[in-house]
Ligand binder design. Structure first.
Ligand code: ZN
Length: 330
């Protein structure tokens, strides 16, 4: 194992509740001998499984940080068997700036795994998480939502994997999370993702997209809170009854799920998130932002399904994501 410049300020394997930081020296103009301090809580009670729960992998996504801050504050060792490692703001520099990517090195944490011990700040954090925390975990839950430029139907997701035993375990964990929607997910760009790193280590991995548009809602935070508890019960770390409601199953079979803009302008959505869509149906139209007398361009669905994610805010640029249309599983 290569050495890491990141050092935890608390023990990771001692029973009880420990609140502290992952401390990474970061010398810079405003603090010559300064450090990046990523908050971490470890709650442990005897032998049992370990869950690693992470939020703010992207710094502008808020359900995970809220629900995990609350968990770190309220979960007691006597409530569990095993261990819960909580990183509510794993990409602290991005979270502190309200940005998706780190303002220190411009890196997208979820494209920077497995990281490097001698790389940038983001790469060093990724390397520590990938080599020191993930190997200790039996299950990893990484919270996402849409951030400032996407809005999603609230869903939990698991990936299609080559190892079908692992895939089955991931899908079962996704069902246990019990978001209103459950998605078999295809990634359009999975190189460097935390998901890919965790899955490559053979772990059970669940992710979410719980909303977006740069904020959270009582409903989406409640989904996060319930999902954590359900998953800890599912994993055997907590006891009790899972809270289970109906969840709609969605699939992302191929790239026809995604629509991207081929021009800039003012976007007008013609349907709401959750609405059904037929192949060829206009999802949105894009009005010119700089002149009158020009008809809007139509953005038409490449497949049938339901509108699962959309762009925010109102202006789009060339190449921006327009819509995710996931297929209903009958
Ligand atoms: Zn994200």
């Amino acid at each position: 194992m290569s050495s890491s410049p990141v050092s935890p300020t608390i023990p990771l394997d001692v029973d009880g509740v420990h609140h502290g930081f992952l401390k990474l020296p970061h010398s810079r103009d405003d603090s010559a001998w300064g450090s990046v301090m990523v908050p971490i809580t470890v709650i442990a009670n005897g032998a049992g499984p370990t869950a690693l729960l992470t939020g703010a992998n992207h710094g502008d996504e808020y359900e995970g940080p809220i629900a995990l801050q609350e968990l770190a504050l309220t979960l007691k060792p006597e409530d569990i068997t095993g261990r819960v490692i909580i990183l509510p703001e794993m990409n602290l520099p991005a979270f502190a700036a309200g940005l998706r990517c780190s303002p220190i090195d411009g890196a997208n944490m979820n494209r920077s795994f497995p990281g490097r011990p001698d790389g940038t700040v983001t790469q060093k954090l990724c390397h520590f998480i990938a080599t020191r925390l993930v190997p200790q975990a039996d299950i990893v839950l990484d919270f996402h939502s849409g951030g400032r430029t996407l809005d999603f139907l609230p869903f939990a997701a698991a990936h299609i994997l080559e190892d079908k035993t692992q895939e089955t375990a991931c899908m079962a964990a996704m069902q246990a999370f019990n978001a209103p929607y459950s998605v078999r997910m295809l990634e359009i760009d999975n190189v460097g993702m935390f998901d890919t790193e965790v899955e490559s280590q053979g772990k059970v991995f669940v992710t979410t997209e719980l909303g977006g548009a740069g904020s959270s809602t009582p409903r989406t935070v409640a989904i996060a809170r319930k999902g954590i508890r359900n998953l800890l019960i599912h994993t055997g770390i907590m006891t009790g009854e899972m809270s289970l409601a109906a969840t709609r199953q969605l699939d992302m079979p191929d790239e026809s799920c995604f629509l991207f803009s081929d021009q800039a302008g003012l976007i007008e959505y013609l349907i709401e998130l959750g609405d059904p869509v037929a192949t060829g149906q206009p999802v949105a139209r894009i009005w010119p932002a700089d002149r009158t007398g020009v008809a809007p361009a139509e953005c038409c669905a490449l497949r049938a399904g339901i509108l699962t994610a959309r762009h925010v805010p109102g202006l789009v640029k060339m190449g921006d994501f327009i819509s995710l249309i996931a297929a209903k599983v009958t």
